[in-house]
Design a binder for this molecule. Structure first.
Ligand SMILES: [Zn+2]
Length: 542
């Protein structure tokens, strides 16, 4: 009884706090926090039925949510954008009552849901979903036309969350283990989603239903909708000792020939990334590119492609390489909290440099990294605030992230160890959701280095460490005094420095001043390799 009163009281408190923020959009603690009404159940499967009316820019559907109860309760929380209507919620043919507080939907069941039992509910919904202002950055639905005037629809919701259009448990830490998606679109158009096509069926009312099956865990913002006058191109990626991987491309009909030629590079991308990170993670679902009316997005086994078949100065299509790199980092390994999104973008942006290294060698990869470096801001920490669906304000989770990994690689100074570490990182955490702490502890252990201060320094502070040095002239010798200045205590960085024409040394920079003798040559020969580390180098006067 006490328990029940406590529970009612805590629900009352939550409802009050929900009410106070009922107009809140995504960037608040309500949508981002793991309340007890989210932690008390684990999503197993979504069976989504969706009808898309491009003419009206209207969608309607049902999400059948299968879940396991982790803690007995009468209340669970789902999410749906305030602009979308809930038509009804039923469980075992009995209506479930609910209240909406901003995006949060608090469902109250008649009987307590019992711990360790499986349940399912059907949530019917409809509405005019948010229209994207500038997808994929400012997400929503993109209602477009191809150049022949046919409907061409896309959707991107990484920033907004899937509850922008779908009633679901919109958190990053809980993923459905698999998914079924049935999309009905006007006949003449094709609907493409994640996973494999399991069939299509023409309906009597002028619509056609496309059924897609995803057989791996999938994060919510990856659930993908694409509608267009598509043609289907198939190809195969073969590799020794592993089953071939099917490649499926859905492009606008008039781009077929262009796409066939341009998408050949997907195989190079797969070959390189499989070498660095292990086999493509979604073998059973296949690899897929879908032409979209916006630039790109990492939708799992359904990568959104809208880069107009263009390569960059390094000879590759940025969208194919970057968004597909996310299949390993973001889709297979997913951050538990949006605050930790650097895990997605840093490893993926770094994968671009590794792709260049794989295709054109290490010197060209250094040029690629050099091109990325000026984009670093150092204005705010890369690790955001947890439990609030944090939005990063700049691109440091991309380029600074790349440079943190590049710096670490040069600190390790052992390419075989570094490659094995990256490869095993993916093997260890694939299909899981993780936090920054997991990355730090894995890399520390695998590399046998104390990396907690290193990651703390780069992720939790805006400023990068400063390598301070001065040279003293004593009895005809040069004495190099150096230290590493950072707000984090215990930071140690092995740095490769050139100290003479013929000598490179590895020095271990810490917060303590240290001294080494430089050979009696021009002291200007002392250089910390500037293209190897993300540090500020400062010569001071003493
Ligand atoms: Zn990305």
């Amino acid at each position: 009884m006490v328990n029940l009163i406590l529970r009612i009281f805590s629900l009352f408190l939550i409802l009050i706090s929900l009410n106070q923020t009922s107009n809140a959009q995504t960037n608040n603690s309500l949508d981002g926090s793991l309340s007890k009404f989210r932690l008390n159940f684990d999503v197993k499967t979504y069976k989504i039925q969706l009808r898309i009316n491009p003419k009206l820019k209207f969608i309607s559907g049902v999400n059948e949510i299968h879940f396991k109860v982790l803690k007995s309760s009468k209340v669970i929380q789902l999410d749906l954008d305030t602009g979308m209507k809930i038509v009804g919620i039923i469980s075992d043919k009995i209506p479930v009552t609910y209240k909406r507080f901003g995006r949060a939907i608090m469902l109250s069941f008649q009987n307590e849901l019992t711990k360790n039992s499986d349940y399912s509910i059907k949530v019917s919904f409809e509405g005019f979903p948010k229209v994207a202002k500038n997808a994929p950055w400012d997400g929503g639905f993109v209602w477009s036309k191809d150049s022949l005037g046919k409907d061409w629809v896309g959707m991107a919701c990484e920033g907004e969350g899937a509850s922008m259009w779908l009633p679901c448990k919109d958190t990053w830490d809980d993923e459905p283990e698999n998914l079924q998606m049935e999309i009905e679109v006007p006949q003449g158009l094709t609907a493409v989603s994640n996973g494999r096509l399991a069939g299509s069926q023409k309906l009597d009312d002028g619509y056609e239903k496309f059924r897609w099956i995803v057989s791996y865990p999938i994060n919510h913002y990856n659930i993908s909708i694409n509608v267009g006058d598509y043609i289907h191109i198939t190809d195969v990626h073969t590799r020794p000792n592993i089953e071939s991987l099917s490649l499926d491309y859905y492009v606008l009909k008039y781009n077929e020939l262009k796409a066939k030629k341009h998408f050949e590079q997907s195989k190079y991308m797969l070959r390189c990334f499989e070498k660095f990170f292990g086999p493509y993670p979604f073998q059973n679902d296949g690899y897929k590119l879908v032409e979209t009316p916006y630039w790109g997005m990492e939708h799992q086994s359904c990568v959104a492609y809208g880069n107009n078949y263009k390569n960059n100065d390094f000879g590759f299509d940025f969208i194919i390489v970057h968004e597909s790199g996310h299949e390993w980092f973001a889709n297979s390994i997913t951050a538990k909290d949006k605050a930790d999104m650097w895990i997605h973008e840093s490893f993926t942006t770094y994968s671009e440099a590794l792709y260049v290294e794989c295709m054109a060698g290490p010197e060209r990869a250094k040029e690629y990294l050099k091109m990325q470096k000026p984009k670093i801001n150092n204005k705010q920490p890369m690790l955001g605030e947890r439990d609030m669906f944090y939005h990063h304000a700049d691109n440091d989770i991309y380029y600074k992230g790349t440079w943190i990994l590049h710096t670490l690689r040069n600190m390790v100074d052992n390419d075989t160890l570094w490659q094995n570490t990256l490869y095993e990182f993916h093997q260890k955490f694939k299909y899981q959701t993780i936090l920054t702490e997991d990355v730090v502890s894995y890399f520390s252990k695998r590399l046998n280095m104390k990396l907690k201060p290193f990651f703390k320094c780069y992720l939790e502070n805006a400023k990068i460490p400063v390598f301070e040095y001065f040279i003293l002239h004593k009895n005809g010798l040069h004495e190099l005094h150096y230290r590493l200045k950072s707000p984090v205590s215990g930071l140690e960085m092995p740095l490769l420095v050139s100290i003479s024409k013929s000598r490179n040394d590895m020095i271990n920079a810490t917060s303590q001043w240290q001294i080494i003798d430089l050979p009696y040559e021009d002291e200007k020969l002392f250089v910390v390799k500037p293209n190897s580390y993300l540090i500020e180098i400062k010569k001071i006067n003493k």
